[in-house]
Design a protein around this ligand. Structure first.
Ligand SMILES: Nc1nc2c(ncn2[C@@H]2O[C@H](COP(=O)(O)OP(=O)(O)OP(=O)(O)O)[C@@H](O)[C@H]2O)c(=O)[nH]1
Ligand SMILES: [Mg+2]
Length: 658
């Protein structure tokens, strides 16, 4: 059976919109996703599965459904910071974002980065305060705390009705109707309790005044002390959400299906049409355009790409941007889709060239895609079985294509394959996928540090290489002078040979031997910042050769270095740490505890409420930096870094070397 774009049941309108559910870790996003689908008659809940068993989300999940005749794609995203790039990819496809939070004032900060992401891109959004069954805070205090993290006006759309400490239902501030929640069912309309009236009126005027800020007609009415009609309020709210001027705040308890229908109605009414998102992202050109928000390599199933259709129709068999479009299905849909239209989210089979973020279009589309944040955690990996090496590199390529917030490095110094990403869980999950999806078992460990070594003092030395083994012998004899040189000067070689003591033709061989030796000094690291001078020597007319002088130079260097007090240099990085301003002292302490040198701190440009701290930190102290940084910043701190200079190792590296 083939579905067409207008669907198969109900009396569909042909409208298709995408709501992306985002928010911090464990606030109940997946519970809300499931509750919304359940209320739309598309259950994905696993029968008998206890709520506590629900796994933390590691990857975006899409589903499609109809609600009151409209098509919807819902995308659930991970809240864990390790997987935040998936949420950003999903938001690239959003007509509206549903930002889920918990009713805890201290956790308001956790949504700051996300609200900034939405504000920077002007993505229309609602805020849903979930876990209202456990709420003890006053909503106005919560909104005030959240407001610090948003440049848009946040306004309550509902106020809770409490009996004692318990929230039993809500008053809708536009319709002024009161409801009592019932588990798994539509709420009961009840009479608005008298004692609630003053609070309801206050919250309603806050809402209407917020709307009047962007609506002159409404403002005029308020000034004339005329009550705007419900229709006017609805229209004003809809326009402000569409234009991302204002953010309504709704209340749910997803685990108990409370507030779900109210949320559906808000989405249905206030989520803008697909054309609004197309304008926002700057869609250009003509003809069909699809954007891949995530690809998956699925073994025998081949590659599957989840794509937003920006301009339709997209059909199986058409060639778009040089790629043949495979079969189309809606997420969760069993049957193929004949044609996909703007606003739709579909699985496209076998787009061989596509990666996460790819745009399929003939000609320019004007679309871009969020860049992953720079990696903050790395592990050196190797196939458990050397025979899997080729399989491993192919699998790694595919993983990075699926998730560009992973990365691969091949540092020359250490020869390791280093997997980089957004945190330990991120990399462990990738390593599990290497095994489960690609059949490659790998070992993982902290990457080796690319150290160097140098010398504290110089020496002069005479070394002779002489061997008589049948036929030709080997003979070379040199005098060298080894001197430390300035940090950063690298290595210089020169000679002061006079009278052909070492014939010119052999001098390059001496230099080669020295360079070969310097690749791995007494501590096992490349030796730098020294000068070697060939001052004198002897040769033999028959037995001398390039090889003999090279071996002689290596031997001379080995002997010389042991007299030069070699020591290890470790890489020091310049690190820029970012965190909510309240956590800055903790970040500074962390730098101190890691042999770091604080360079300064400042307000983070463009990030109200955030600070940045600049410091110098030994690379050896950075392997688990993100873990501790997150633990002292409610998971919100992050950093970027780059090699600054080399300095004498004092920590683990120096100890290991001794
Ligand atoms: N009391 C209560 N618990 C809830 C509610 N919604 C979700 N939970 C519980 O909170 C826990 C986390 O819920 P999830 O839906 O997995 O949270 P999430 O936001 O998807 O988490 P991540 O995907 O890891 O970011 C689960 O144990 C849920 O049963 C709610 O409204 N009330
Ligand atoms: Mg989840």
């Amino acid at each position: 059976m083939v579905e067409n774009a207008t669907g198969i049941s109900g009396s569909p309108t042909g409208r298709h919109r995408t709501a992306v559910i985002v928010g911090p870790h464990l606030v109940g996003k997946t519970a809300l996703f499931e509750a919304l689908l359940e209320a739309a008659g598309t259950s994905v809940r696993k029968k008998g599965k206890a709520a506590v068993e629900r796994a933390s989300t590691h990857s975006l999940t899409a589903a499609s459904c109809q609600y009151l005749g409209d098509w919807w794609s819902l995308i659930d995203t991970p809240g864990a910071v390790d997987f935040s790039y998936d949420a950003e990819c999903a938001l690239a496809a959003a007509d509206i974002a549903v930002v889920v939070i918990e009713p805890v004032i201290e956790r308001a900060v956790a949504v700051g980065r996300l609200l900034k992401f939405l504000d920077d891109r002007a993505i229309p959004h609602l805020i849903v305060v979930n876990r209202m069954d456990q709420a003890t805070v006053l909503m106005r205090d919560l909104i005030a705390a959240l407001q610090a993290w948003s440049t848009r006006k946040l306004v309550l759309r509902q106020v809770p009705i409490r009996t004692g400490d318990k929230v039993e239902g809500y008053v809708d501030l536009v319709s002024e109707r009161a409801y009592r929640w019932r588990a798994g069912q539509a709420s009961d309309q009840i009479a608005l309790p008298d004692w609630m009236k003053p609070r309801e009126e206050e919250a309603r005027s806050t809402l209407v005044e917020a709307l009047a800020d962007f609506d002159d007609a409404l403002l005029e009415k308020l000034l004339e002390e005329t009550q705007p009609t419900k229709g006017e309020i609805y229209a004003s709210l809809q326009a402000d959400v569409r234009d991302d001027k204002l953010v309504p705040v709704l209340l749910t308890a997803a685990e108990h299906d409370h507030g779900i229908r109210r949320l559906w109605k808000a989405l249905r009414h206030d989520a803008p049409d697909a054309s609004v998102a197309a304008d926002r992202v700057g869609l250009e050109g003509t003809g069909a355009v699809a954007q891949v928000i995530k690809t998956w390599h699925q073994g025998h199933g081949g590659k599957q790409s989840l794509a937003r259709i920006w301009r339709g129709p997209v059909r199986e068999g058409m060639v778009l941007g040089g790629q043949r479009v495979g079969s189309l299905t809606r997420p969760g849909g069993a049957s193929k889709l004949a044609d996909a239209l703007a606003g739709d989210i579909v699985w496209i089979a076998r787009l061989d060239q596509a990666a996460t973020g790819s745009v399929l279009a003939d000609g320019a589309s004007g679309l871009d895609f969020p860049e992953p944040t720079p990696a903050v955690f790395r592990l050196a990996i190797a196939a458990e079985n050397r025979a899997d090496d080729v399989k491993l590199s192919a699998a790694l390529r595919k993983l990075v294509e699926e998730d560009p917030s992973l990365g691969l490095l091949h540092p020359q110094d250490t020869g390791e394959t280093v997997l980089t990403g957004q945190g330990e869980v991120h990399l462990r999950t990738a390593i599990d996928a290497l095994k489960s999806a690609f059949g490659v078992a790998v070992t993982a460990q902290a990457p080796r540090i690319g150290g160097r070594e140098t010398i504290r003092r110089g020496t002069k030395l005479h070394h002779r290489h002489k061997r008589q083994t049948g036929g030709h012998g080997q003979f070379a004899d040199i005098h060298i002078e080894v001197k430390p040189s300035a940090r950063g000067s690298g290595f210089q070689f020169s000679d002061r040979i006079v009278g052909g003591a070492v014939p010119k033709q052999y001098i390059p061989a001496v230099e080669e031997g020295v360079i070969e030796y310097l690749a791995k000094g007494p501590h096992g690291y490349p030796v730098i910042d020294l000068e070697v001078v060939l001052t004198d020597g002897q040769f033999h007319a028959v037995d001398s050769s390039d090889m003999a002088f090279k071996i002689c130079a290596r031997g001379a260097m080995q002997e010389a270095l042991s007299a030069c007090e070699p020591f290890v240099l470790e890489p020091i990085h310049k690190v820029l740490l970012t965190a909510p301003a309240a956590d800055t002292p903790k970040v500074q302490r962390l730098i101190g505890a890691r042999r770091g040198q604080l360079l300064g701190f400042d307000a983070r440009p463009g990030w109200p409420g955030w600070d940045q701290v600049e410091a110098l930190l030994p690379e050896a102290e950075m392997a688990d930096l993100i873990i501790e940084l997150r633990s002292v910043t409610q998971g919100l701190g992050s950093f970027t870094h780059g090699l600054d200079h080399l300095a004498e190792a004092r920590g683990k590296m120096a100890a290991k070397a001794a």
